[in-house]
Write a protein that binds this ligand. Structure first.
Ligand SMILES: [Zn+2]
Length: 606
């Protein structure tokens, strides 16, 4: 089987164009979780990507804005905040004199529930997305959708030209969209809401493997039902999202059109629970293990519905999470919980005394970011530069290590250090006057739980993994960033990268172009970077590396034709047939490491 496929390389992106690209973003899924629970993942979930895809273990955001809205914008624009403009989940709007949310759009209305509430759109985005570029390249024939419990996680990654973005009404769990996309829900989504499927997720117990109840979704008597909070803190919320995603794929016939379609699904439950219980709790472990099974079920659905050979899957997260301060402090790390409101009040009273004028100089402090009230400073004749400096100094007095001001970052004035670069990447022209505080590590601006929004690895480290025909399976320890996702997929789709993309194409996970094989252009082969593969390196002569790359691509291609259910027997079969091929390849004494087959198949057949 695999020998017969040698020579069907994927030098041209067009040969391998998929019917559907699915981008799974797990909200607050730290990069180390995949390794932490590696021995507990079952077949076909995370291991579909880890064992049969290209897994980048060292992927970190290179900015300080590790929040949900910026993270989702970053993944699909291939740009940081200084490109896409989204710096936070909400910011101070000096015109409206109010905090606005990243996906807020009062020119639109919510669709799907009664009432006159304003809706959401991607109008704050200053860059386009992968889906937008695909729409441009196909004259609109590609269809692009976003799904999440949160509007920002659905709307921003889907982009301007998306066919739809869906999120939930937090009280009832009903799926909604906005008039930006359409004036009423499609029939299938109306039917979904009317069949009262949200209700079946209430009054449920979430149990661990031993039958112990971890959490209940039973509404508290006398309190209004909040579906988002009750169900959202359990894996049931992922079931609910996948149930909706399956309906969307079925009724919108994703993967059956004339061009590649895109679905971005952001799983929000991990974040809702993670803030409450922290990354090291038994509940978060149970959530991750449940998600593994849920992903396996969803990937199996994709296999049946569209065929895994026709789907590319990418997996990442919008940010990580800090340990609970209590947990870190027990290990003698200098951890602390700090109340942003308390610091805000302290700064306002200090500045009121300093300027002999009572005022709300700081409007909002979403630790460690501070939004200034320019009107209050204007009343005491203090300009932006000075206002941001005095607030920054006040933040240092309150315990922050350093600060960067909006006016400073606008000038590109930051020290030529790794940290300085992270803050330059965090600049946005949106949001009026602001100061980005640099917190001490493990200091959390959240009482009674934990948080993210720092430039430190516990917040920046996220998974980045790809599954699909063009990806060379393996574990890659090379440097990667979430901005690499969009330009890598764009290259493979044969389209332009998004407008402000700064990511690199992850060439080490892509097989050699077919045209060099068997040709005299050895120089081209040798120039290609060789992947650093778990436990070994592809560092033999260029010819055998090329053969190995092509060979394992062919094997991989064969595997992609199997459903997840058949994977086990396919692997065994390919292993036998590939043993012959491997022997042939090492005839000249050059060792060829087939980690993707040898390594994973061993695990896969146990
Ligand atoms: Zn998030």
């Amino acid at each position: 089987m695999c020998l017969g496929l040698i020579g069907t390389g994927f030098g041209s992106a067009y040969n391998a164009r998929p019917r559907l690209v699915v981008i799974v973003v797990i909200d607050q899924f730290r990069g180390d979780y995949l390794e932490r629970y590696r021995d507990q993942w079952g077949e076909g979930g995370f291991r579909l990507l880890l064992d049969h895809g290209a897994d980048f273990t060292d992927c970190n955001y290179d900015y300080a804005n590790t929040r949900t809205a910026p993270g989702h914008a970053t993944l699909l624009t291939g740009a940081y905040t200084n490109g896409h403009g989204i710096m936070a989940n909400e910011w101070w709007d000096p015109q409206k004199k109010a905090m606005v949310e990243a996906a807020d759009d009062d020119q639109t209305k919510l669709v799907g529930i009664s009432g006159d509430a304003s809706g959401s759109s991607p109008r704050h985005l200053l860059a386009d997305t992968l889906g937008d570029e695909l729409k441009l390249a196909t004259q609109g024939k590609s269809r692009v959708f976003g799904i999440a419990l949160k509007d920002r996680a659905s709307v921003l990654p889907a982009g301007y030209a998306a066919n739809g973005a869906y999120w939930i009404d937090r009280a009832t769990g009903a799926w909604v969209t906005s008039t930006y996309y359409r004036s009423e829900l499609p029939r299938w989504a109306q039917d979904f809401n009317e069949s009262k499927r949200a209700e079946k997720y209430l009054n449920q117990d979430w149990k661990d493997g031993n039958g112990n109840v971890l959490r209940s979704t039973r509404p508290v008597a006398g309190k209004p039902v909040n579906f988002y909070d009750l169900v959202g803190s359990t894996p049931l919320a992922n079931d609910y999202e996948f149930e909706f995603a399956r309906e969307l794929i079925t009724y919108e016939k994703l993967g059956s059109g004339p061009a590649t379609d895109v679905l971005i699904i952001s799983l929000s439950a991990n974040d809702i629970l993670g803030h409450k219980v922290g990354p090291d709790s038994a509940e978060m472990q149970a959530m991750a293990l449940a998600m593994d099974r849920q992903l396996a079920g969803f990937f199996e659905f994709l296999g049946h519905q569209i065929g895994l050979a026709n789907v590319w899957i990418a997996l990442s997260a919008d940010h990580g999470i800090a340990p609970l301060p209590k947990v870190a402090a027990e290990l003698h790390l200098p951890a602390a919980s700090i109340s942003g409101d308390k610091i805000r009040a302290q700064i306002n009273s200090a500045l009121s005394a300093r300027f002999s004028h009572a005022g709300e100089y700081v409007e909002d402090l979403d630790y460690p970011v501070t939004w200034l009230n320019s009107d209050a400073f204007a009343a005491v004749k203090v300009n932006e530069q000075e206002a941001e400096r005095v607030v920054g100094e006040a933040l240092k007095t309150a315990g922050l290590r350093a600060y960067y001001t909006r006016s400073q970052l606008e000038r590109g004035d930051a020290p030529n250090t790794e940290l300085g670069l992270k803050y330059l990447h965090s600049y946005s022209p949106l949001g009026g006057w602001y100061v980005l505080g640099v917190p001490p590590p493990f200091t959390i601006g959240f009482i009674g739980g934990t948080d993210h929004a720092t430039p430190y690895t516990y917040d920046t480290h996220v998974p980045l993994a790809f599954y699909g025909l063009p990806f060379q399976p393996g574990t890659y320890h090379t440097h990667a960033e979430p901005v690499d996702l969009a330009p890598t997929l764009a290259l493979l789709l044969g389209i332009n990268a998004p407008s402000h993309s700064v990511g690199r194409v992850l060439t080490e996970a892509l097989p050699l172009p077919r045209r060099v094989l068997g040709s005299a252009r050895r120089g081209v082969q040798e120039e290609r970077s060789t992947p650093e593969i778990e436990g070994s390196r592809f560092s033999p002569g260029a010819a055998s590396a090329a053969e190995a790359a092509n060979h394992s691509t062919a094997v991989n291609a064969a595997l992609k034709r199997c459903s997840t259910q058949q994977l086990k027997s396919c692997l065994t079969q390919s292993q036998k047939q590939c043993a012959v091929a491997s022997q042939n390849l090492s005839v000249s004494g050059r060792a060829v490491v087939m980690r993707d087959i040898g390594g994973s198949a061993a695990g896969g057949t146990q």
